[in-house]
Design a binder for this molecule. Structure first.
Ligand code: SF4
Length: 371
C-alpha cells in the first residue's frame, strides 16, 4: 500500500518519527490510535485544568482563585492528578499586569514559514504554546511538565528553539530575548533557559530538513528501543511480532538471534512498568485478581523513617560499641550525593569518596548509546 504524505507537521510529529519511523507511519499516516498510557492521560488532564484556570484568572483580573481551583478538578481524576493539581494552584500566582499573553496559544506557519491561521488549509507547521507573556523586553514562555524526573539543567534543544522562534514571529516580535521556563508540576520546580537571537536563527531550515528526511523515507523501519513501552502501538509492530515468535530467541546462538532476544527483553522491561501501572489502577477500583494459586493485590508494608542520630544513641545506650553500631548505618553513594546536593555542598562528594574503599563491579544491562 503506498504511504500517503502529510501536509501538516508539528514538533511532536517530527519527534515521533525520530523515536520510531514505524510508529510514525502507523499513528500519523495510517491513523492507528495509540493506546494511551498513564503519563499521557495525566499530562492532558493537567494541561486542560491549568489552561482553564489561567483564562479565568486573566479574565477576572485575579492572581489566584483557590476556591475555584479546589472545585475544578474532574470527579474522575486520578489521585495523582488531584495531588499535582492541588500542588499547582497552591503555589501558582499569576504574574501581575499581563498585557500580552497567550494560553494554549495555537500557532501555525505555511510552507514559506510565514504565520497563518491554525485551521487554514495552508497551515503546514503547527505548534501550541502552553502559556506566555511579555515582561518588558523579555518574552516569558511556560511549558507545563508532568514528568517524574526534573533534570539538573535544560538544553536549548530544537523543541524549545522552535517554540521560541514561533512565538517571536507571531506574538512577541519586539522581544529581545525569550525566557523558556519549564515548570515541573509534580515538584513545583522550575528550570529556565534563555534564548538569545542567535538561538532562533535557522530554526525553519532545520525543521524543513527533518521534514525532507521523513518525506523521502520509503521504509519507515521500526526501531525498537526505550520508546517501545510508550509508543502505544506495539500490537501493530512487526519488530515485536518477530521478536516474540521464534523459539531461537529463547536460546540465542547467533548475533542476529541475540539482537532479537535483546529487543524482546527491552520491550518487556519497558512494558512491565506500564502494564503494572494499569493493573494497579484496575485493582484499586475492582479488587484483587486471582492468577492460578497467586493473588495480585495490595500488600501492606510498614516503613520506618529512621533517624541515624537517634538510632545510634539508642544502641549505644543499650550497650553496643561504636564499632558495632557504625556498620549498621549503611550509606550509599546515591544517598550521600543527594544529601550533599540538598546542602548545596556537592564539592564535598569527591573528598568523601576518597576516604572510602571502591569496589569495581560489572553488570550487563541496557544503557543509552551516548551515555
Ligand atoms: S514497539 Fe518499538 S519498534 Fe515497534 S512501533 Fe513501537 S516504538 Fe517502534
Amino acid at each position: 500500500m503506498p504511504v500517503k504524505k502529510l501536509t501538516q507537521y508539528s514538533f511532536s510529529r517530527l519527534d515521533l518519527y525520530e523515536r520510531c519511523p514505524w510508529a510514525y507511519k502507523k499513528v500519523i499516516l495510517e491513523g492507528v490510535p495509540r493506546v494511551s498510557n498513564e503519563a499521557m492521560v495525566t499530562g492532558k488532564m493537567l494541561h486542560v485544568l491549568i489552561a482553564d484556570y489561567l483564562l479565568r484568572l486573566i479574565n477576572q483580573k485575579q492572581q489566584t482563585d483557590w476556591q475555584w481551583a479546589e472545585g475544578a478538578a474532574p470527579k474522575d481524576a486520578s489521585p495523582d492528578v488531584l495531588q499535582i493539581w492541588q500542588r499547582f494552584y497552591n503555589s501558582f500566582v499569576l504574574p501581575p499586569a499581563l498585557e500580552v499573553y497567550g494560553v494554549e496559544h495555537q500557532l501555525a506557519f505555511d510552507r514559506n514559514w510565514q504565520p497563518c491561521e491554525f485551521s487554514a488549509p495552508e497551515a503546514y507547521f503547527r505548534m501550541v504554546v502552553d502559556f506566555h507573556f511579555l515582561q518588558g523586553d523579555l518574552a516569558v514562555v511556560l511549558d507545563w511538565k508532568s514528568n517524574r524526573v526534573v533534570p539538573e539543567t535544560v538544553e536549548k534543544d530544537l523543541q524549545l528553539r522552535t517554540y521560541g522562534w514561533g512565538l517571536k514571529q507571531v506574538a512577541h516580535p519586539d522581544a529581545q530575548e525569550i525566557l523558556l521556563r519549564l515548570h515541573f508540576l509534580r515538584y513545583s520546580k522550575e528550570r529556565e533557559v534563555l534564548l538569545e537571537p542567535q538561538d532562533l536563527e535557522g530554526v525553519p531550515e532545520i525543521l524543513a530538513d527533518k521534514i525532507k528526511i521523513i518525506e523521502e523515507d520509503q521504509d519507515y523501519d521500526p526501531t525498537p528501543g526505550s520508546f517501545c513501552g510508550l509508543c502505544g502501538i506495539p500490537a501493530h509492530c512487526p519488530a515485536m511480532a518477530q521478536a516474540l515468535m521464534p523459539i531461537e530467541v529463547l536460546a540465542p546462538a547467533t548475533r542476529d538471534q541475540a539482537e532479537k532476544a535483546a529487543s524482546l527483553l527491552l520491550t518487556l522491561q519497558k512494558m512491565e512498568k506500564e502494564l503494572a501501572a494499569r493493573l494497579k489502577e484496575w485493582v484499586r477500583e475492582h479488587g484483587v485478581i486471582h492468577v492460578g494459586d497467586m493473588v495480585y493485590g495490595p500488600i501492606r508494608t510498614i516503613s520506618y523513617g529512621l533517624d541515624p542520630q537517634l538510632v545510634t544513641s539508642t544502641l549505644l545506650e543499650a550497650g553496643l560499641s561504636r564499632e558495632q553500631v557504625w556498620p549498621l548505618l549503611s550509606m550509599t553513594k546515591t544517598n550521600l550525593e543527594k544529601g550533599l546536593r540538598k546542602l548545596k555542598r556537592q564539592d564535598l562528594l569527591k573528598l568523601t569518596l576518597t576516604s572510602a574503599s571502591a569496589n569495581d563491579s560489572e553488570k550487563i544491562d541496557f544503557r543509552k548509546i551516548n551515555s
